[in-house]
Design a protein around this ligand. Structure first.
Ligand code: 13P
Ligand code: ZN
Length: 269
């Protein structure tokens, strides 16, 4: 079957990166069934030929108005689609959408009318904010990492920056590669506008946020960068849990060692 990727090599490479990360999410055990979703702003890869493509769906409402998305294009995982399938067939398990001029609706333009993820409001609200800020970030990833979701089941870890400090202190790299830490979004209904708004606000101060009792949501330069940040945080969570399983509370790096990291790596916090 003909694909829009066939004669757009840079777009193809970007979508293939999404497929690669989708495979990682499945292998990590973070993507049961259709769990998780990925959205990438692909506007910079869109030429006149793609702009001229007709809609292959009805006009669909986003649910919110997002003024900075006017005329933007996104690759989105399809709702109900599996990451393990997307890893092999990204254009059958995801689609390309065009945001319409009212900034509140979109149409699907390629390759097949695969309905985008139910978390589209969260993804697009964050992309809208990133464009407003002139941010170089292009990708958003939502996934269900076991360790971090487990840790979100106690109030203690939901207090501001309690998890950030704990995860940073498990291994020096976490602070270096996830220098803003982990924000927390209190439980909201999946796919809701309330979740989208809360996520967008919390991502003002963080690159990755924890959705209480659900998963994480990250933004990044590209899909690989967003994945890396989640992966680093989950590594720390795993170290913490393994120590607890061995029967002790891990000491963690000292405040002094953490401060030394911040100075050495010129970190913001
Ligand atoms: P979708 O299949 O609609 O992307 O939903 C998966 C999910 O993780 C919802 O939070
Ligand atoms: Zn989810």
């Amino acid at each position: 079957m003909k694909s829009v990727l066939d004669n757009h090599p840079s777009l193809k490479a970007e979508v293939e990166k999404v497929a690669e990360v989708a495979g990682y999410l499945w292998q990590k055990g973070w993507a049961e069934r259709n769990g998780g979703n990925i959205t990438v702003n692909i506007t910079k890869f869109v030429d006149d030929e793609i702009k001229a493509l007709p809609a292959i769906s009805d006009v669909k409402q986003i649910g919110i108005t997002l003024p900075y998305l006017k005329g933007a294009y996104f690759y989105c995982k399809g709702t109900g689609k599996r990451m393990r399938d997307l890893a092999r067939w990204p254009m059958q398990n995801g689609s390309i959408i065009r945001i319409l001029d009212d900034c509140a609706s979109y149409v699907i333009i390629a390759d097949e009318p695969v309905q985008p993820t139910s978390e589209l409001p969260s993804h697009l609200a964050v992309h809208n904010r990133m464009l407003e800020q002139g941010s170089p970030y292009n990708a958003t990833v939502h996934t269900h990492p076991i360790e971090l979701v487990a840790m979100s089941h106690t109030k203690k870890f939901l207090q501001k920056d309690v998890l950030t400090r704990l995860l940073w202190s498990m291994i020096p790299e976490t602070k270096a590669f996830c220098p803003l830490g982990l924000g927390v979004v209190p439980y909201e209904l999946p796919g809701s506008e309330a979740l989208a708004t809360a996520t967008m606000h919390e991502l003002e101060d963080y690159d990755v946020v924890l959705w209480e009792k659900h998963g994480v949501f990250a933004k990044g330069l590209d899909v690989m960068d967003a994945f890396d940040q989640i992966d680093v945080l989950v590594k720390s969570a795993d170290i913490y849990l393994k120590a607890k399983c061995m029967g002790f509370e891990p000491d963690g790096m000292s405040d002094e060692q953490m401060k030394e990291m911040s100075v050495a790596f010129n970190l913001p916090k």
